[in-house]
Design a binder for this molecule. Structure first.
Ligand SMILES: O=C(O)Cc1cc(O)ccc1O
Ligand SMILES: [Fe+2]
Length: 457
C-alpha cells in the first residue's frame, strides 16, 4: 500500500493547553465513545495504552494516553544493538565516563553537521544520574543536515526530551501528530513516543535536555497570581495524523521501517513491515507539545535589585523536595530593565544548583559576545558552587551606566538548564568536540578590577 499522509489537512493544527486532557481523531468516529477498550474498537483499530506514569500515580500526577492504531506497536522483530551508523561510544556515554570538574566552562558554537540526521547528530555534552534508576538528566546538542528517513522512527525509553531549536526548523512527525518547531520555539517529546524529524529549511542545530525522572510542569506562580510567565494556553499539542502502510498481518511484507530505541544511553534498532505512524485517533494527557518562547510573559523588578532568575522559569521538573528542581528550563528573553539605584545585571554568585546555559540568538547581558565570547550555538557550564557573574567589561559598563529604562536583549534569548544535581561532562563535551574555550575564566574575570578604597582614619 502507498504511504498516504494526511499532510496538509492535519499538519499545522494544534490543540492548546498545558497538562490538558485532549482527544483528537483524524477520521471521524475513530475514538470509542464512553469507554477506552471496547471489544472491537471502531474501524478495526487496536486500542493501545501509553502510560507516562505508574498506573497508581496520584491523579494530579497521572499521565497516560489511549492510542487507536492500525497495528499495535509491539508487533516488531527483536531489537539489536544499533550499528556504527547510529550513535556510539563517545556520543552517548554511561555515567561512569562523565568527568566532574569545578572549573567554569564555556564552549564556542558547536559545529553544524550536514552528514547526520537528528538522531545520529545528537551529542551528549553533560549529564547527571542514571536512566536505569530513573534519576538525573542528559544535556545534548544536536546538529543535522538531513531529514530522518521517511521510514524511520526514534524513541527514548530513558526520558522526556525538551528540544530547544537554535538554528533551522524541525518538522517533527510524532505518533500523536506533527509539531513544527522553529528557532525561539521549544518542544517536549515524552518518554516512549516515537518520532521522526524532518528539516524543511536545511541544516539545524540546537540543544536538548533529557529528563530521566518525572515530567515537566509549569512553575508555581505564588504571589504573581494566576497568569504570567508561560501561560498554559500557549502550549500546543498535535492533532492525530496517520499513514497507511501495512500487510494482512503485522509481519507481512518487507521490513522497511526502522525503529531506533534509546535505552540506557545505548541505541537499539529493529526493522518492521508496517508504519509506526498509524495512530488514527488518541485521547489523554500524555502527549508531545510545543511552546513559542516569544509568548513568555516576563516579570521583573520595578523598584530596585536584581531578582533571582527563577522569575524566568518556563518549565520545571520537580524533585521530591519542594522548590528544588531536578531541572528548570529558564529563559532570558528581551525585556525592559527599569530598576533604580541598583546594579542591573546578574550579581556575582555561587549556587548549590548547576547552571548550563545556551544562547539561541543575540547577546547575553552578562557576557561579551562575538568571537571567543558567549555566542549563539555555544554554551557554558557553571557547576555546583563554581563562582561566576558578569565579565569584567560587563561589570564596568553596568556599574557606570545611566539608569534610565532600557530594553535589554533585543533580538536575543539565552536559556539555562538549572539542576540540583552536580553535572558531569562527557569526553565528547570536554575533548572530542574541540569547542572548550581555554581562556574563558581568565578573559572573563582575570581583569576584574579592584575598587576597594579603605576609609581613612
Ligand atoms: O549565571 C547566570 O548568568 C544566570 C543567572 C542570571 C541571573 O539573572 C541571576 C542568576 C543567574 O544564575
Ligand atoms: Fe548563575
Amino acid at each position: 500500500m502507498p504511504v498516504t499522509t494526511f499532510e496538509f489537512a492535519e499538519k499545522y493544527r494544534y490543540q492548546n493547553g498545558f497538562g490538558s486532557y485532549f482527544e483528537t481523531e483524524a477520521v471521524s468516529g475513530a475514538l470509542p465513545i464512553g469507554q477506552n477498550s471496547p471489544q472491537k474498537p471502531p474501524y478495526g483499530l487496536y486500542a493501545e495504552k501509553l502510560s507516562g506514569t505508574a498506573f497508581t500515580a496520584p491523579r494530579h500526577e497521572n499521565q497516560q494516553s489511549w492510542l487507536y492504531r492500525i497495528l499495535p506497536s509491539c508487533a516488531h522483530p527483536p531489537f539489536s544493538p544499533a550499528g556504527d551508523g547510529a550513535l556510539k561510544s563517545d556520543k552517548l556515554v554511561d555515567s561512569a565516563k562523565l568527568e566532574y570538574i569545578p572549573n567554569q566552562l564555556r564552549w564556542d558554537p558547536f559545529d553544524h553537521d550536514e552528514q547526520t540526521d537528528f538522531v545520529s547528530g545528537l551529542r551528549l555534552v553533560a549529564g547527571a544520574g542514571d536512566p536505569t534508576l530513573k534519576q538525573g538528566i542528559g544535556i545534548y546538542v544536536y546538529a543535522a543536515g538531513k531529514s530522518m528517513d521517511q521510514r524511520s522512527a526514534f524513541y527514548s525509553a530513558d526520558g522526556d526530551f525538551l528540544i530547544v531549536a537554535q538554528d533551522g526548523v524541525l518538522d517533527i512527525r510524532t505518533e500523536l501528530g506533527w509539531l513544527l518547531v522553529r528557532p525561539m520555539e521549544i518542544c517536549v517529546i515524552p518518554r516512549g513516543i516515537r518520532y521522526q524529524v524532518h528539516l524543511p529549511s536545511g541544516p539545524v542545530r540546537g540543544y536538548a535536555l533529557e529528563l530521566y525522572q518525572g515530567h515537566f510542569t509549569l512553575p508555581e506562580l505564588g504571589p504573581i497570581g494566576s497568569n504570567c510567565l508561560a501561560n498554559a494556553r500557549d502550549f500546543q499539542a498535535p492533532v492525530a495524523s496517520f499513514s497507511e502502510d501495512f500487510g494482512i498481518t503485522a509481519s507481512e511484507g518487507p521490513n522497511t521501517y526502522t525503529i531506533t530505541s534509546k535505552f540506557n544511553n545505548s541505541l537499539f534498532q529493529t526493522k518492521q513491515a508496517h508504519t509506526p505512524f498509524d495512530v488514527v485517533a488518541w485521547h489523554g494527557n500524555y502527549y508531545p507539545y510545543k511552546y513559542d518562547l516569544g509568548r513568555f510573559n516576563t516579570i521583573g523588578s520595578i523598584s530596585y535589585d536584581h531578582p533571582d532568575p527563577s522569575i524566568f522559569t518556563v518549565l520545571s521538573a520537580l524533585s521530591d523536595h519542594p522548590g528544588t528542581a531536578i531541572a528548570d528550563f529558564v529563559i532570558f528573553p528581551p525585556r525592559w530593565l527599569v530598576a533604580e539605584n541598583t546594579f542591573r545585571p546578574p550579581w556575582y554568585h555561587r549556587n548549590t544548583m548547576s547552571e548550563f546555559m545556551g544562547l539561541i540568538a543575540g547577546e547575553y547581558d552578562a557576557k561579551k559576545g562575538g568571537q571567543g565570547g558567549f555566542m549563539p550555538g555555544g554554551a557554558s557550564l557553571h557547576n555546583v558552587m563554581s563562582g561566576h557573574g558578569p565579565d569584567a567589561k560587563s561589570f564596568e559598563g553596568a556599574s557606570n551606566a545611566e539608569l534610565k529604562p532600557a530594553l535589554v536583549g533585543k533580538g536575543s534569548c539565552a536559556f539555562m538548564f538549572e539542576s540540583c544535581l552536580m553535572v558531569g561532562v562527557t569526553p565528547w563535551g570536554l575533548k572530542t568536540c574541540k569547542k572548550v574555550q581555554e581562556g574563558y575564566t581568565e578573559e572573563s574575570w582575570g581583569g576584574v578590577r579592584t575598587h576597594w578604597k579603605k576609609p581613612e582614619g
